[in-house]
Write a protein that binds this ligand. Structure first.
Ligand SMILES: O=P(O)(O)OC[C@H]1O[C@H](O[C@H]2O[C@H](CO)[C@@H](O)[C@H](O)[C@H]2O)[C@H](O)[C@@H](O)[C@@H]1O
Length: 443
């Protein structure tokens, strides 16, 4: 079977591209087809179109997949914003302030959103068994590069002797299942109890795109640390280590303990409120569109919008963005995210929290990060850069990712976290009932 892939050529300007790599392309090998193919993720996201395409090769269908998205945010001018901290936060200015993202960009965002949230295997009417087999083969092949963190548990915690585990958790799609209504993305009581157990064993933080108070309202565990707005609103421990130059403001956490608040984009607050109003005004006529103000960033939800209206909605968002040159756009799971163009992301939040927890030497640590979305990739990279760090993508379909391991869905996340807790209890007390090294007692 031959898979032909054509590369998207949209202009990116200030709009963050998708995954980074030598060519910005996903490469996956699919031995069963005797070929290496490129862009398998896009294949899934475009499969309806794919079904309609006639085969052009005697060996099988020829695919034209144009949702491969180049690479990094603009590396143009860097300014410094003061934000109540002694470390300058660079602002990334767009290369071209007045360039309207053309159709290519709009399509790129839409393709990117689709690639981040492909439908589960065999959920579309008209899928053929061949397509199912192809997708299953792609997923199987992808699993070889991103093995299950459950079945590879020993590898995840390898060399853990005397190492401090620190757990970072994304919220939507990781602790709670993805649902139509963002206001109803509740986590289960079992998941809450499991996360509570995790926090009793290890320093644990939730890092979410939601505003910090909102994600706290969903999780409701005062023993965790929280970073909202994709890491731009952190409430961490108070023991900022001496060597770390970023200062936060002192506060109290929900338990009344000393805490540190750090908001590197605080100067953008008025602008974020302004863009929220403009986005609401400019998208209210699109049925199903929803604008969610996450304090230092804004989400425009596409999930309940008919797909034929996506392009129009994306164009409306692009039009609004023209008026806000210091804001950037990224995409996630059926969502466009508007955020300040500062060099701060979930990865930086992980670094901040590790340092504010007092961990200077990451060689003594096993930072674990579990997340399901595009913005979690920044954190995967940071965790991967540590000696023992472990990055886990939550996805039931093959997706381009920096993560080393994978879990299919929040229920597997819960299974993994349970295993981690039991493993830690076993490590602390070798005579405990958890001594079964095969973890057979673990639910
Ligand atoms: O970083 P996260 O905690 O994963 O937050 C990312 C975005 O999550 C939410 O949207 C996503 O989940 C919704 C509920 O399941 C779903 O309806 C939506 O389509 C997803 O994109 C949240 O509403 C956004 O504000 C977050 O930025």
């Amino acid at each position: 079977m031959v898979l032909k892939v054509s590369e998207a050529n949209g202009s990116f300007d200030r709009y963050h591209g998708d995954f980074e790599g030598s060519e910005g392309l996903l490469r996956a090998s699919c031995p069963s087809f005797g070929e290496t193919f490129v862009g398998g993720m896009a294949l899934r996201s475009k499969r309806s179109a794919l079904c309609a395409e006639p085969p052009t090769s005697s060996c099988g269908p020829s695919l034209s997949v144009a949702s491969v998205i180049p690479t990094s945010p603009s590396k143009s001018s860097v300014l410094s914003a003061s934000s109540g901290c002694s470390m300058p936060i660079p602002i990334v200015l767009p290369k071209k302030h007045n360039s309207f993202p053309g159709r290519g960009s709009v399509h790129t965002w839409i393709d990117g959103m689709r690639a981040q949230s492909p439908p589960p295997i065999r959920s579309l009417p008209g899928d053929t068994p061949e397509l199912f087999d192809l997708e299953a083969a792609i997923y199987k092949s992808w699993l070889e590069d991103h093995p299950s963190a459950l079945s590879s548990f020993d590898r995840v915690i390898k060399q853990s002797h005397n190492k401090q585990i620190v757990v970072f958790l994304d919220y939507d799609g990781t602790l709670s299942p993805i649902v139509e209504d963002p206001e109803r993305a509740f986590m289960s009581a079992e998941m809450r109890a499991t996360v509570k157990e995790v926090a009793s064993c290890f320093p644990t933080a939730v890092i979410s795109g939601r505003s910090r108070p909102k994600v706290y309202d969903f999780v409701r565990l005062s023993e965790l640390y929280y970073a909202g707005s994709h890491g731009m609103d952190i409430q961490g421990p108070s023991n900022i280590s001496d060597g770390f130059r970023v200062k936060g403001t002192k506060s109290r956490d929900k338990k009344g303990n000393d805490a540190t608040n750090f908001q590197p984009a605080s100067e953008f607050l008025p602008l974020i409120n302004k863009v929220t109003t403009a986005l609401i005004e400019n998208t209210k006529m699109v049925k199903g569109a929803k604008v969610e103000n996450n304090k230092f960033c804004v989400s425009v939800h596409f999930r309940r919008v008919k797909e034929e209206l996506w392009e129009g909605l994306a164009e409306r968002v692009g039009n609004v963005m023209k008026e806000f040159p210091t804001l950037s756009l990224t995409h996630g799971r059926k969502v466009l995210e508007v955020r300040p163009s500062i060099e701060w992301d979930k990865g930086k939040a992980v670094e901040f929290l590790l340092k504010s927890l007092g961990f200077q030497d990451t060689n003594d640590l096993i930072p674990l990060y579990l997340g399901d979305d595009k913005t979690d990739e920044d954190a995967f990279k940071v965790v991967n850069s540590t000696k023992y760090g472990c990055s886990i993508l939550v996805s039931s379909v093959a997706k381009p990712t920096e993560a080393k391991f994978s879990l299919r869905d929040p229920s597997e996340v819960m299974g993994f976290l349970c295993k981690l807790v039991h493993w830690e209890k076993c490590r602390q007390d070798p005579n405990s009932i958890y001594m079964d090294r095969n973890f057979s007692q673990i639910p």
